[in-house]
Each structure stands twice: as C-alpha cells, then as structure tokens.
Ligand binder design. Structure first.
Ligand code: ADE
Length: 248
C-alpha cells in the first residue's frame, strides 16, 4: 500500500513515520510513504504558495495551482483515480471502521492544509474525502495525516508481527481493550488480579471480556450502546453500574 502526502512540511511526515512499527513496515516494503513538498510545484518566482483571501479577513489561503500540480505529479503516474483525503476539522470523523475501509485501497493521497485553509476550487477538483480526526482544531493537517497513516498501516497484512496481533485491540469487537499487567506481582502495594496468575485460560478470557464490558460502559457509554453485547452481559453491566463495589 502506498501513502502520498501533499504538504508544506514534508520533514514532519518522513521523520514522524520512520520509527517503530511503521518505520519497520516501510523498510520491509509492506507500505510506502512519500511526502511531496507543495512548494516544489509553485510557479510563483518567490516560492509563494498562499495569498490573501478574496473578500477579506484574517490569515492566508493556500493557492490552487501548486497543490493541483503536486497532486498531478502523483496521480498521473497511478493507475485509476486514487482517493484524495483532505485533512480538515470540517470532515467525516475518522474511526476504526473508516480506517478499515481505507486499508482496502492500493494508493491514498493525503492533502494537508495550513493557514486559514485551501482555495475551495482545488478541493472541488481533487478531494474525494474530507476527513477530521476529532472535534478540535490543529495548526495543520500533517498530524492528522500521520495518525491516519499509522492506524491504516497496522491493518495492512504483515505490518503487525504475531506478538503485536490486532485481534484484541480496542474497537476490534466494538469494545475497549481489557487492562494488562506484567511483572512484578506486587508494585507500590498494588497486586495483579489473582485470576491472571491461575493459568486457567477460560477463566482469564471470561474475566477479560468482563473487564472490557465494564471499561467500555464506564468510559465510553456511547460505544457500549452500539457494541455487540448479549442480553446477559448487558444485564451484568447494569447490575455492575448500580453496585460497582460488589464486583471486582
Ligand atoms: N486540520 C486541523 N485540524 C484538523 C482536525 N481536527 N482533523 C483533520 N485535519 C485538521
């Protein structure tokens, strides 16, 4: 899978994604990440890529021409028409299902804005998706693009090795992941839940499922409402929420 990022700050992308699991996936050529500097495509002799907004107002607007030419430098070499994701707080909110959908693509182009925004005409021309990573405003689209590339890459077959399996991930089954513990058995006077030391896998699995349910109901009631949870489990959680101290 190949990710192309149209940006004024290519170093941010290449430096931010060259470590850990994503860096390894690039070295193993399971994914490709190419940052394209929009400034390299401006026809302005002073290297400008932005200008004042028509109609007045604060800030600068990124011009259509350099973005379009940077886009064409990528898209013209690809078979078919790739999806172009415009990073904006005014977009569809990114989540695990959206990541799963995008992981099916062969090529993705990310368009990162800065300043007050991008000339709407080039967005009309090339953007297929407007994507937000949450209801807050960042100074640019680079961090959102990096978040998305990370989340999508770990769904590409081979990117996670066995020990990093995505099976138990939060959201994998619509629930948050259960809590984890490692050595020592007692730390700072806090003990590991005894069931995890029994070696009884069925009991451990049942306990973990219960913890996932509790955690999701407490921290993300919105997710819990939508999760695939049996009537028995739902009843258990209702009871737990009414008397939390009787369980655990
Ligand atoms: N650009 C600025 N803020 C953003 C956000 N929340 N999501 C995506 N792109 C952005």
């Amino acid at each position: 899978m190949n990710f192309y990022v149209l940006t004024l700050f290519p170093d941010m992308i290449t430096q931010g994604l060259n470590t850990s699991i994503i860096g390894r996936a690039v070295s193993e050529e399971l994914i490709g990440i190419k940052a394209v500097n929009i400034r390299d495509y401006t026809q302005n002799k002073h290297g400008r890529t932005d200008d004042y907004p028509y109609g007045g107002g604060a800030g600068m607007v990124m011009q259509a021409q350099p973005i379009y030419d940077a886009y064409r430098s990528i898209a013209d070499a690809l078979p078919g028409k790739p999806r172009v994701l415009h990073m904006t707080p005014q977009g569809r909110v990114f989540d695990q299902n959206y990541a799963r959908e995008l992981a099916l693509e062969k090529d993705l182009i990310f368009l990162c804005g800065h300043y007050e925004g991008i000339d709407e005409r080039v967005l009309d021309e090339i953007a297929t998706d407007h994507v937000s990573i949450g209801d807050f405003v960042l100074t640019g689209g680079e961090l959102p693009a990096m978040c998305m590339i990370d989340a999508i890459s770990r769904m590409v077959p081979g990117v996670l090795h066995n020990s990093e399996s995505a099976e138990d991930d939060s959201f994998g089954n619509g629930l948050l992941e259960f809590p984890q513990y490692t050595r020592p058995e007692v730390w700072n006077g806090r003990t590991v839940p005894p069931i995890l030391l029994t070696g009884d896998h069925a009991k451990v699995d049942a306990w973990r499922r219960e913890q996932s349910l509790i955690r999701t109901a407490e921290r993300r009631p919105d997710l819990f409402e939508r999760a695939a949870v049996s009537p028995k489990e739902r009843a258990f959680i209702e009871n737990y929420l009414a008397n939390p101290e009787t369980i655990e």
